[in-house]
Write a protein that binds this ligand. Structure first.
Ligand code: ADP
Ligand code: MG
Length: 587
């Protein structure tokens, strides 16, 4: 794998060197040169959108503003302050990354539409400043007389610089999806909640994506200013931000190749249609129609469409060796007889306004046991699990994991501390293969941060083999049956090497043979000594695996103890069978 990667890198470097040499040495008209400079510098900014929108799923409608920061830093830096070009470029990138990070940190806790609105407003503010702060920005007249670096004075030499920068940035963005950070970004894009529970620090990853996108905007803009020697506010308006987004979507949002295709098309297409000038507006109409058709029929953009066909024709090769046996329980740090329970829930409450979904419940889960949490629909079981795993903050009470208080920790930190969970409604990373899903669990789950990638993949394979799906590990998760998707979710949680596994209704929606398979899987997990807290309605399943049962009703704990005894208690029977007139229905 590393050898393949080395060969790939060398091949790409040779190809990039050839292209740079060609654009620098082959004689060309000024017009062609302009188009190429524009394509290369725009592409760098569009690579930024590949990261933030394509990989991380966050909208940024202000990329032209970040592009403008770079362009104005180089423009004002070289023309007004007479700074060296490179110094000005670094300053521009610096301003862009700081603004990007600040904008991201203040707004990324907001979701989709809000983020879109905030970035649009930011874009408008930047445009207003460029136009109106005349003493500094020179206002609507723009900035002329922009200098280039001493070694690259000619337009064509500078074009070589732009193409080189584009190749370098493109290479980095190409590899990003297969790094720890890149996988975390994809997980956030596919399913934020599941990403957090798999151990991804969602907020940090989003801010990183946003800052990275901004800095690429700044670099692209700085080079753009050098290429054209003149910049003005209208080049960095909201309309340009939309052009950047369209370029990203048109070519294919998740790859720099798509970004480059989209950028080149949207620059070359209008230019090449200009010969139709005799009918005013006709070229614009054709251009618009072409974009509508491409986006309508290739939803993943042009490159996404090609990639999909290639993936179908050339699936990744199966692994050579047999998968290893999964190590389920991490080594115990202490083994004294009076060690604390794995989980202690003390007077826990969660209220939603007036709804007391969970109201003062307490129970403890012993190490190595299977503990069931049961109760009628709406009794607060899922809410309890959500508070335990950090998706909701507790209204009152404490949660101790292995004796240490985790009540205030965010979801990803609880995963690192040893919690693993699955969801009542399956939450997988839907654009990824089964293996990639489980690799994220293994990688972000804490114990393996420093382990190399091959070891992570092996661990993920072992987890998939443990649930019986290793043979299909390269298939997209969306191609699996519902029951198998549940198993992949369990494998993802197991791969994070939890000390406590939380399962929310794993048998829901399974047919009877799948239920038998699940029962057998749970027994194998339990036999390995992993502690499980399971919610389920299937009493046959619960009585077969659980030694201990806690019963909730209306958010309160109505029974807690050894399974057989709890199930004999009259109030438990009443809650379940509905012998009381106002008892909730059991489904
Ligand atoms: P269970 O998993 O036991 O079926 P839940 O924990 O999902 O029950 O729900 C318990 C109660 O809390 C229900 O009355 C439900 O309507 C309410 N509830 C759950 N989540 C929320 C929420 N996010 N906002 C308001 N009410 C909620
Ligand atoms: Mg539930």
């Amino acid at each position: 794998m590393t050898r393949r990667r080395l060969l790939g890198t060398l091949g790409f470097a040779a190809f990039a060197a050839l292209v740079v040499a060609m654009v620098t040495l082959v004689p060309m008209q000024d017009y062609t040169m302009h188009i190429l400079v524009q394509t290369a510098t725009f592409a760098i900014a569009v690579f930024g959108l590949t990261v933030v929108l394509g990989l991380c799923g966050q909208i940024n409608l202000a990329q032209a503003a970040f592009f403008g920061f770079g362009a104005y830093a180089v423009g004002l830096g070289t023309a007004t302050l007479h700074l060296n070009f490179w110094v000005a470029l670094v300053m521009g990138a610096g301003v862009a990354v700081v603004m990007g990070a600040v904008l991201g940190m203040t707004t990324l806790r907001l979701g989709g539409h809000y983020l879109a609105m905030v970035t649009i407003s930011f874009q408008q503010i930047v445009t207003l400043i460029m136009v109106n702060w005349i003493p500094v920005t020179r206002g609507p007249d723009g900035v002329g007389g922009i200098e280039r670096p001493a070694l690259f004075q000619s337009s064509q030499a500078f074009l070589g610089v732009c193409v080189f920068a584009m190749a370098l940035v493109g290479y980095i963005v190409w590899h990003l999806p297969n790094t720890r950070l890149g996988r975390a970004m994809r997980a956030v894009r596919d399913n934020e909640l599941a990403a957090g529970v798999a151990g991804v620090n969602v907020y940090k990853v989003k801010v990183a994506a946003f800052a990275l996108s901004a800095v690429l905007g700044g670099i692209g803009g700085g080079l753009f200013a050098g290429g054209f020697s003149y910049v003005s506010p209208d080049q960095f308006s909201f309309a340009e931000s939309i052009v950047f987004i369209t370029m990203t979507l048109l070519g294919g949002v998740s790859s720099p190749i798509g970004a480059l295709i989209g950028t080149a098309l949207l620059i070359v297409l209008p230019e090449s249609l200009r010969f139709m000038k005799s009918v005013p507006g006709l070229y614009l109409a054709i251009y618009g129609l072409a974009i509508i058709l491409i986006i309508r029929y290739m939803q993943d953009g042009i490159w996404g469409f090609v990639q999909d066909r290639v993936r179908r024709l050339l699936p990744p090769p199966p692994f050579a060796g047999a998968p290893a046996d999964l190590v389920v329980t991490p080594p115990r740090t202490q083994s004294s007889a009076n060690e604390p329970p794995v989980l202690e829930v003390q007077h826990l409450a969660k209220h939603f306004g007036g709804v007391k979904a969970v109201d003062d419940i307490s129970f403890a889960v012993r190490r190595g046991s299977v503990h069931a949490l049961i109760g009628p629909n709406g009794s607060g079981k899922t809410t309890t699990l959500n508070v335990l795993s950090g998706i909701y903050t507790a209204t009152a009470g404490r949660v101790l994991l292995g004796g240490s208080d985790i009540t205030a920790l965010p979801a990803h930190a609880r995963t690192v501390a040893g919690l693993g969970r699955t969801f009542q409604n399956i939450r997988l990373f839907r654009s990824m293969s089964a293996l990639e899903n489980v690799v994220i669990g293994a990688e972000q789950g804490g114990h393996h941060a420093e382990v190399d990638h091959a070891a992570l993949v092996e661990r993920a394979r072992a987890a998939l083999a443990f649930v019986g799906l290793e043979a299909r590990c390269h298939q997209l998760v969306t191609g699996f049956s519902y029951g198998h998707q549940r198993l992949i979710e369990i494998a993802r949680a197991l791969a994070g090497e939890p000390t406590l596994l939380l399962l929310d209704e794993p048998a829901a929606g399974l047919n009877s043979s799948e239920k038998l398979g699940l029962l057998e899987l749970l027994q194998r997990i339990a036999a390995k000594g992993l502690t499980i807290l399971i919610i389920d309605h299937d009493m046959t399943l619960v009585t077969k695996v659980a030694q201990h049962i806690t019963v909730l009703n209306f958010g309160r704990c109505i029974a807690d103890g050894v399974a057989a005894e709890v199930l004999r208690q009259p109030d438990v029977i009443a809650a379940y069978l509905g012998s009381e007139p106002d008892a909730p229905a059991f489904t």
